[in-house]
Design a protein around this ligand. Sequence first.
Ligand SMILES: [Cu+2]
Length: 232
Amino acid sequence: MPAKVQRGDRCRRVVVIAAILAAWPLAAAAHRAGDVRGRLTLLEKGSRSGDDVGAAVVWLEGGGGRRAPVQAEISTAEKAFSPHVLVLPVGSTIAFPNHDPFNHNVFSLSEEQPFDLGLYGRGEARSVKLERAGIIRVYCNVHSQMSALLLVRDGPYFTQPSGDGSFLLPAVPPGRYVLHVWHERAPEVTRPLEVPAGGLADVAIELDARGYRFKPHLNKYGQPYPQQGRRY
Ligand SMILES: [Cu+2]
């Protein structure tokens, strides 16, 4: 009888040790990478805070790897691109479906990715593959007021904040990075960021749009847009 009890104890001990060993790698993995959370504010003239802080982009420079390319869309409707700002992994394809009852001509003169999709009408979509990282300014050659921005990233850690400016970069391995925060109307903010195991909870960044001045862009020929006699 005592021998049996002893065997039962040994069994229980083995089970407990096995359970600890099974749980241990999970606990170790949980410490390997952490979430980086923070909040952006956008300072406008007159000390107002901007209402489109959600159109900012946050990314980390450093760390290995890439995100898989995606198929994304920016539509044109009522002479506007929507969404206005999009961040994508390098190698992604972006389509521009036209929902307006007239033609658009989507183009970019950006150094990283110049393209000209030509004139096309309602129900048609043309697309471009984004081969290089950078900031691609997209316009329409017919309607000067139309603009969109593509931020193409070659690292794995990037995001756009919510409308209230809060952002989350999930599962960032501990290490030294450079944090970049970009908004169309503010100088880009860059700051060294040391991410400890377990991540960061409250990275606060202020973007300053007080010095912003609207500057008209040129058409696809590098010329100013004609001002008169435009029907659409
Ligand atoms: Cu247009």
